[in-house]
Design a protein around this ligand. Structure first.
Ligand code: FCB
Length: 468
């Protein structure tokens, strides 16, 4: 960190999402989300990892007493900020229609509890828990979703916008649409391999991605029209792509295409108001009807975001392989050169630094937060000891990525904060409770919290950057 003035502005925090932590699926009149259906009805974790899990208890974060105890842990860590998400089906049980005041009250109280502890709330409006009635109407494939989402967003802005000044519209559109929804559809259809997607499957999701970007723009426009003083942005899962063999032109082209799909498409949309031609052409080969209307692009261009949330875990190593969708194979598990492999791919803090500098250079140096970054490795890096849990690999990962973030900032990238994923172990989507990402261990049976080595290291690092 350069200079104490800068250091005091930088936000150190942690991130979470409603479905992964809250539990209490019926409390306060909450409706069902697509993830309630994926977990219970489709039994998605059983299909993917062989054990049936749901998020009905998760880590009990909806409970006020639990939540206050958890906020005390945030204070102990010295967090400046906490990124959480609001459950759309708690605010609108049917997705649209009558506002459920119990849901609004819940988040209003939570925001007050954070503020009382001196922790800045960063609220995400959509972290994958789409109300099921909307999913049944086509969800992100239905063009009306832009209006549904901006109505929901406006309700939240009016309720919380006086105390929350940093809103994230949508978390990781590409993972929600091109991975989770495809896996869910395959599981629902009884496919032998839920990961076996065709080019047509990927291209078939392109209109949903387009509607999601329209919805993002509609929510940004709604926020502006309310004249609130804060900032609104989007959290994108950015994966710098690396060709498996840089001397092989096909691998270089495959890496370029994946970079387009994962990174340039949403970045160009939210900052430049355009879509990259190579990506649209590649998708159109498999979905001729995908032609984004010019009027939609004009609406997207008219509502750029105020800041970018970067969710970064690893780069993507890519090779050309015509047995895979769009002829590209993102085979991190097989090609990851690390001797000990993290769940989410190669451990490369240098790529995070480069990515932040690329955003500085290619997108006009917008205000940026690392809205997610963290790691899990497996039980060997979760060693229970009396009063603590030893997780040296996660500790090393977090410290090196936090340092890479600060390095990019020192090189002029307008990075304003770093949110670790995650403070607590929680429900890890298709992997259920089999993957831990927390700096605080959670016993999923008793709900007991135990601080890990990484928690202490993160706390010490925060104190050091403040000169404490
Ligand atoms: C990200 C998700 C987050 C969590 C981490 C490990 O892709 O946004 O909810 O699952 O991965």
């Amino acid at each position: 960190m350069t200079g104490s003035e800068n250091a005091s502005k930088f936000l150190w925090g942690a991130a979470s999402s409603a479905f992964q932590v809250e539990g209490h699926p019926h409390a306060g009149g909450r409706g069902r989300s697509k993830w309630d259906v994926y977990t219970h009805d489709y039994r998605i974790t059983e299909a993917v990892v062989g054990v049936q899990h749901d998020a009905d208890v998760a880590i009990n974060a909806y409970d006020r007493a639990q939540s206050l105890a958890d906020i005390a842990i945030m204070r102990d860590a010295g967090l400046d900020a906490y990124r959480f998400s609001i459950s759309w089906p708690r605010i609108f049980p049917e997705g649209v229609g009558t506002v459920n005041s119990a849901g609004v009250d819940h988040y209003s109280r939570f925001v007050d509890d954070l503020l009382a502890a001196g922790i800045k709330p960063l609220a995400t409006l959509y972290h994958w828990d789409l109300p099921w009635p909307l999913h049944e109407k086509g969800g992100w494939h239905n063009r009306d979703v832009a209006g549904w989402f901006s109505d929901y967003a406006s309700t939240v802005f009016r309720a919380l916008g006086d105390r929350v000044d940093t809103f994230v519209t949508i978390n990781e559109p590409q993972i929600d649409l091109f991975m989770m929804d495809l896996i869910a559809a395959k599981v629902h259809d009884g496919a032998a391999d839920p990961w076996a997607w065709s080019s047509a499957d990927i291209a078939g999701q392109a209109p949903a991605m387009h509607n999601l970007l329209r919805a993002n723009a509609a929510a940004v426009a709604a926020y502006r029209s309310l004249g609130l003083p804060g900032m609104i942005g989007i959290a994108l899962p950015l994966y710098p792509t690396i060709p498996l063999n840089p001397a092989r032109a096909e691998d270089v082209a495959a890496a370029r295409l994946l970079d387009g799909l994962m990174n340039r498409w949403p970045l160009d949309a939210v900052f430049l108001g355009s879509y990259p031609d190579d990506v649209i052409a590649a998708l159109q080969k498999h979905n001729l009807s995908f032609v984004p209307p010019a009027a939609d692009l004009a609406a997207i261009a008219a509502a750029p975001v105020d800041f970018l949330g970067v969710n970064y875990y690893s780069p993507a190593i890519v090779e050309f392989d015509d047995r895979f969708p769009l002829d590209l194979r993102w085979g991190n598990a097989e090609t990851n050169p690390d001797p000990v492999k993290a769940f989410n791919g190669p451990v490369r803090p240098d790529e995070l630094r480069k990515l932040l500098l690329r955003i500085r250079d290619d997108y006009g140096n917008p205000p940026t937060f690392v809205t997610e970054n963290g790691a899990g490795f497996g039980d060997f890096d979760e060693v229970m000891e009396p009063g603590t849990v030893r997780d040296p690999l996660r500790t090393d990962y977090i410290l090196r990525h936090a340092a890479a973030t600060v390095a990019a900032r020192d090189e002029g990238a307008d990075v304003r904060g770093y949110m670790c994923w995650s403070l607590f172990d929680n429900f890890e989507w298709i992997q259920g409770y089999t993957r831990r990402f927390g700096m605080v261990h959670v016993d999923f049976t008793t709900q007991k919290r135990t601080l890990k080595q990484s928690f202490r290291a993160y706390r010490d690092m925060i104190a050091r950057t403040r000169g404490g």
